[in-house]
Structure formats: structure tokens, C-alpha cells
Design a protein around this ligand. Structure first.
Ligand SMILES: *[C@@H]1O[C@H](CO)[C@@H](O)[C@H](O)[C@H]1NC(C)=O
Ligand SMILES: *[C@@H]1O[C@H](CO)[C@@H](O)[C@H](O)[C@H]1NC(C)=O
Ligand SMILES: *[C@@H]1O[C@H](CO)[C@@H](O)[C@H](O)[C@H]1NC(C)=O
Ligand SMILES: *[C@@H]1O[C@H](CO)[C@@H](O)[C@H](O)[C@H]1NC(C)=O
Ligand SMILES: *[C@@H]1O[C@H](CO)[C@@H](O)[C@H](O)[C@H]1NC(C)=O
Ligand SMILES: *[C@@H]1O[C@H](CO)[C@@H](O)[C@H](O)[C@H]1NC(C)=O
Ligand SMILES: *[C@@H]1O[C@H](CO)[C@@H](O)[C@H](O)[C@H]1NC(C)=O
Ligand SMILES: *[C@@H]1O[C@H](CO)[C@@H](O)[C@H](O)[C@H]1NC(C)=O
Length: 496
């Protein structure tokens, strides 16, 4: 991790920032440059994740495309050059960071494929021993081979006892705190979101009501190539443009009655380019042509959204937020190597009930009392499995991950490999995310609107700050976000 967050450093960069920024105490400073966000909030926020895009990629892109749409956005925007997504950095916790203002210990959302000690298998009617795999991806669709998969099949959902009654756990039920989508929708305003699986039902939040419109073509039905993924992402882009006409594409879940106050979604093309082609192995790791093609597509798509906002005379009253759910590791292709994930479980020397592996391994043991023994065995064999750190016990809790003895969603052990190591038997990927390295976590994060003065903000920020920023930009109290309140997450510098 780099420099820790410092209000002093921020104040040095931003004339409008104040060391007194906090709950309900922001906005006053903004009057100095004639823009009082609190009194004149934005009417709309558009929030996009360029999945896989690092903070360093923003700089690399600007260097090769100095006249790009992203460059134009930054001419009146704040670029946060040291922004971190959650640990772990899987898409699910990465999205929840932005939309709840909180990390996995608070959201309960650790990964899109994980174990929960008090859930039961799908279709079991909460019988059998407690503890179940919880996978919220294409697996819960009616038919994931279809772009329009039919949505979530309840028969495939894990179950849990709620007040003694067995209930199916939809993705949105799995989330423990509310989302910005729920807060905005609860005000009678319209919200619309697009992502890669119907499982992104999770953004609706625990009430299940956070979206006016969900748009979830199934990415699994699409070839794992940059070209096919760009074609897929275009569906999302077209939906965003339609929403600005109060229209919804076919297969949308829900409908709009007005232009959405809050809308957005993700891009997958960069992530697929990173995993299949990646960066060049030369100094500075420039983009390969395939990766540049993916960034150019994203840039043109953002340009199309801006053009549409201008055509609708909404550009000045809209805040555009671009923040990645996750990065991708390693950036340097020379660091990449694969290790059979079963090696990790074997090295523990104890019974492992569940293991989630990517460029991280999350271990749930059959008997949590074995934790210290398993961790000692892993440390003793660290070199063989290219392990950088083993996080467990008091350290796990002290590092902000929660306590596995008290929380059924917290793993017993987090294994962090050396950067570039992927615990997988897949032949396809040359990079991965989900882990806790800087390459996984240091993500693109910038905001833009015609009324903002260009600023490069070097202070460390977290993408959990995106949620409070969006609510405050719309004139709402960020404390309405339960996760942000619980973790004390503030808006990004420039917005408090
Ligand atoms: C599920 O279990 C409950 C008792 O826990 C029982 O009343 C109910 O009939 C069961 N449902 C099914 C479909 O087996
Ligand atoms: C899923 O869709 C494919 C393509 O239409 C079809 O061949 C397959 O039988 C379907 N599977 C199920 C389980 O309905
Ligand atoms: C910006 O976006 C527009 C609209 O998609 C696109 O036509 C243009 O090529 C993009 N790039 C630049 C440099 O304007
Ligand atoms: C781990 O142990 C299992 C069961 O003995 C074995 O099948 C597997 O090959 C082992 N994995 C490695 C990487 O040695
Ligand atoms: C550990 O838990 C798994 C999953 O519940 C089970 O299949 C396995 O038999 C257990 N192993 C031991 C040694 O108890
Ligand atoms: C906690 O982590 C630190 C740094 O990795 C290490 O020095 C220390 O020994 C760990 N403590 C425990 C109890 O594992
Ligand atoms: C939008 O805002 C910019 C910068 O504040 C200003 O120059 C421009 O006139 C505004 N345009 C409209 C249509 O209000
Ligand atoms: C970002 O999160 C880390 C914990 O992961 C925390 O120590 C730090 O204070 C946070 N920074 C801000 C600005 O909230």
C-alpha cells in the first residue's frame, strides 16, 4: 500500500477541501468557487466500471490518446490517481464497495463464488449440515448458454433459515446493507443498471427494490474474445443511450417512467483483453494492440454517452463517475505463473471444507480450530506455493476482514500469492483479479462534469467512497448508506 490517506495532502491539492469534512458538514467550502453542490445538486449521476482498468492505465491511455474523450472528461474532472478497490477484489465485493460504501466484513459479500457457514444447498429445504457454496454467476440462470438466459432460477439458489423458516437466498438477500440504488429509488426517482449476469440482482439491495430497470445479458453466452466482448458491451452502451430517451431495450427487467436519476453499468472488454492478451513485456508494460482496442472502445462509448447527455441538455447537470470494480494482476506478463489450487489445500495438512481460488485463496476449514496449524503448514511451505502472506486469526480481524468465529461469511485463512501467481488449472487466462495485490486493487477512478476544475488528486482513496460521493452529489445524506455509516466512509475529496 502506498501513502496513507491524509487530509493535509488533500487540502494541498484541492482548494475546496476542508479538514472539517464529514457527515452533513460538506458543501460550504464549495461556495468559494461558486459551486455549492449541496444547494445545487446534480440532477443525474452516471456511474461506470471499466472492469480491469488500473489507475496507471488512465495515464497510459492519456499518453497514447491525448485527444480522447477520457482526456476531455478530465479537463473538467477530478482524477484520483491512488484509488483502491476492496480486498478481495472480485467483481462482487468490488461492485458492492462502490454501491454500499463498505467492505466485505460489513456487506457479507466476499466473492461471486464462496462458502457461507450457515447457508444450505439449493433444493435442500435447509436440511443437511449447514455450510454451502454460494455462487452468484451464470450458474443461477435458467439457461446460461443463452444471451437472454431467462433470469434467475430460484431452484438454483442457496437457502438459509430466517426466523426458523427456510428461505431462498437471492443475490440481493445475501447483501447485508443497502445500496445507493435503493436510497435513490426510495425517493421515488428512477434508477437503471446494466451488468454481466442476472446475478447482479445484488445491486437492488436487501429490499430487492433498488432498480427501476435491470439489464443483464449473460456474458457467459459470449465467446471469450475481445471482439465478442466489445459486441457484448455495446448492448450495455445502447441501453444507457436508450435510458436517456426513457426507453428500455428488449429483455430489460422493469421499465422507466422518466430519465433515470442514477444509471450506469460495466464494461468487460478491457478485462477480457487483459486476461487473454494483456500488456507488453517491455519497460513500462505498454498496452498490446488488443488492449488498446478495448480502451478505445470504452473511450468512444463514454464519448457517446456525453454526446447524448449534451443532446438532451443534461450534460451540465450530470456527474459522470468512472471507477473500476477491480484491476487485474499482474500487469507485467513476466510475473505470470499458474499453480494447481489443490496444492494449497494439501499443504494445510488439515481438512479444507471450501477453497475459493484465483490470484488469492480463501480457505474455510472443516474445523476452524485447525486454523493455526494450517497456517503454520502453509507458511512452512510458502516457497513451493509462491505464497507471499498467510492472513488468519487475530491478524485477519485486525486487518479489517472481520472475525471467522463470529461471522459465517468470513474465511478462516486468506492466502496471498506473489504477484502474478494464479491458483488455477485453467489454460486460458494470463491474468486474474480477486486478489489483494496492488495490481488487483489500484483502479481507475475519476469524476467529471463541466462545472469541475481539473484536479489530479494523489491522496489515497478507496472506491467505497464512490457511494457517499454519488448520494451527496444528488443532494442526499450519505449517512443513509448503512455500510458507509458503519465503516465511517466519507465522500471522495472534492465532495465533502
Ligand atoms: C421444508 O421443511 C419444512 C419444515 O422445516 C416443512 O414444513 C416443509 O414441508 C418442507 N418443504 C418441502 C418442499 O419439503
Ligand atoms: C439452453 O439453450 C440451448 C440453446 O437454445 C439449448 O440447446 C439447451 O437445451 C437449453 N438448456 C436447457 C436446460 O433448457
Ligand atoms: C469520442 O467519442 C465519440 C463518440 O463515440 C467518437 O466518435 C470519437 O471517435 C471518440 N474519440 C475522440 C478522440 O473524440
Ligand atoms: C492434492 O491432493 C489430492 C488428493 O490426494 C491429489 O489428488 C492432488 O493431486 C494433490 N494436488 C497437488 C497439486 O499435489
Ligand atoms: C469437510 O467438509 C466437506 C464439505 O462439507 C466434506 O465433504 C468433507 O467430507 C469434510 N472432510 C472431513 C475430513 O471432515
Ligand atoms: C501478523 O502479521 C504480521 C505481518 O505479516 C506478522 O509479523 C505477525 O507475526 C502476524 N501475527 C500473527 C499472530 O500471525
Ligand atoms: C455548462 O457549464 C459550462 C461550464 O460551467 C458553461 O460554460 C456552459 O455555458 C454551460 N452550458 C449550458 C448549456 O448551461
Ligand atoms: C481506505 O481503506 C483502508 C483499509 O483498507 C483504510 O485504512 C483507509 O483509512 C481508507 N482510506 C480512506 C480515505 O477512507
Amino acid at each position: 500500500m502506498r501513502s496513507s490517506y491524509s487530509l493535509v495532502a488533500v487540502a494541498g491539492v484541492l482548494s475546496t477541501a476542508s479538514a472539517h469534512g464529514g457527515w452533513g458538514n460538506w458543501g460550504k467550502e464549495q461556495e468559494q468557487d461558486g459551486r455549492n453542490v449541496k444547494q445545487n445538486p446534480y440532477k443525474h449521476v452516471a456511474v461506470f466500471s471499466v472492469d480491469g482498468m488500473h489507475g496507471s492505465d488512465v495515464e497510459k491511455y492519456l499518453a497514447v490518446r491525448p485527444n480522447s474523450n477520457i482526456s476531455q472528461l478530465l479537463q473538467h474532472g477530478y482524477e484520483y490517481t491512488d484509488a483502491y478497490t476492496t480486498a478481495p477484489s472480485d467483481s462482487f465485493p468490488g461492485s458492492m464497495a462502490q454501491f454500499t460504501g463498505a467492505t466485505p466484513k460489513t456487506t457479507g459479500v466476499w466473492y461471486d463464488d464462496i462458502w457461507v457457514r450457515d447457508y444450505y444447498d439449493a433444493g435442500s429445504n435447509c436440511t443437511g449440515p449447514p455450510g454451502a457454496e454460494v455462487q452468484y454467476a451464470e450458474n443461477i440462470d435458467y439457461n446460461s448458454t443463452l444471451l437472454w438466459s431467462g433470469g434467475i432460477d430460484p431452484a438454483s439458489l442457496p437457502e438459509t433459515l430466517v426466523n426458523g423458516k427456510c428461505q431462498k437466498v437471492y443475490p440481493h438477500n445475501h447483501l447485508r446493507v443497502n445500496t445507493i440504488w435503493e436510497v435513490v429509488h426510495s425517493k421515488g426517482l428512477q434508477t437503471a443498471y446494466a451488468d454481466k449476469h442476472p446475478a447482479y440482482d445484488i445491486v437492488r439491495g436487501p429490499s430487492g427494490t433498488g432498480l427501476s430497470v435491470g439489464y443483464f445479458p449473460e456474458i457467459q453466452s459470449v465467446d471469450n474474445t475481445v471482439a465478442a466482448t466489445i459486441a457484448y458491451d455495446r448492448l450495455h452502451v445502447n441501453a444507457w443511450l436508450d435510458w436517456l430517451d426513457v426507453a428500455t431495450p428488449e429483455h430489460s427487467e422493469g421499465a422507466l417512467s422518466a430519465i433515470p436519476t442514477l444509471f450506469g453499468g460495466n464494461f468487460q472488454a478491457v478485462s477480457v483483453a487483459q486476461k487473454t492478451v494483456g500488456y507488453q513485456a517491455t519497460a513500462g508494460n505498454p498496452f498490446t494492440p488488443a488492449l488498446l482496442q478495448a480502451f478505445d472502445f470504452v473511450d468512444a462509448s463514454l464519448g457517446a454517452v456525453v454526446a447524448k447527455l449534451k443532446a438532451k441538455n443534461l450534460y451540465n447537470s450530470t456527474l459522470i463517475v468512472v471507477a473500476s470494480k477491480h484491476g487485474q494482476a499482474a500487469i507485467d506478463p513476466k510475473l505470470y505463473a499458474k499453480i494447481d489450487p489443490t496444492l494449497i489445500a494439501n499443504l494445510t495438512g488439515v481438512a479444507v471444507e471450501w477453497q475459493t481460488s484465483d490470484d488469492i485463496a480463501l480457505l474455510f476449514l472443516n474445523n476452524s480450530a485447525d486454523t493455526a496449524k494450517a497456517a503454520a503448514n502453509l507458511k512452512a511451505n510458502a516457497a513451493q506455493a509462491h505464497i507471499r502472506s498467510v492472513i488468519y486469526g487475530a491478524n485477519l480481524t485486525a486487518s479489517g476482514f472481520g472475525d471467522p468465529a463470529k461471522d459465517p461469511a468470513v474465511p478462516d485463512i486468506i492466502v496471498q500469492p506473489e504477484n502474478g501467481i494464479i491458483y488455477t488449472t485453467s489454460k486460458a487466462k494470463i491474468a486474474e483479479h480477486g486478489g489483494i495485490s496492488d495490481d488487483d486493487r489500484e483502479v481507475a477512478c475519476f469524476v467529471s462534469s463541466p462545472g469541475l476544475k481539473a484536479q489530479k488528486i494523489a491522496a489515497r482513496v478507496n472506491t467505497t467512497q464512490v457511494g457517499p460521493t454519488i448520494l451527496q452529489a444528488l443532494g442526499f445524506d450519505a449517512a443513509e448508506l448503512q455500510g458507509a455509516k458503519s465503516e465511517g466512509t466519507k465522500a471522495l475529496p472534492g465532495f465533502y
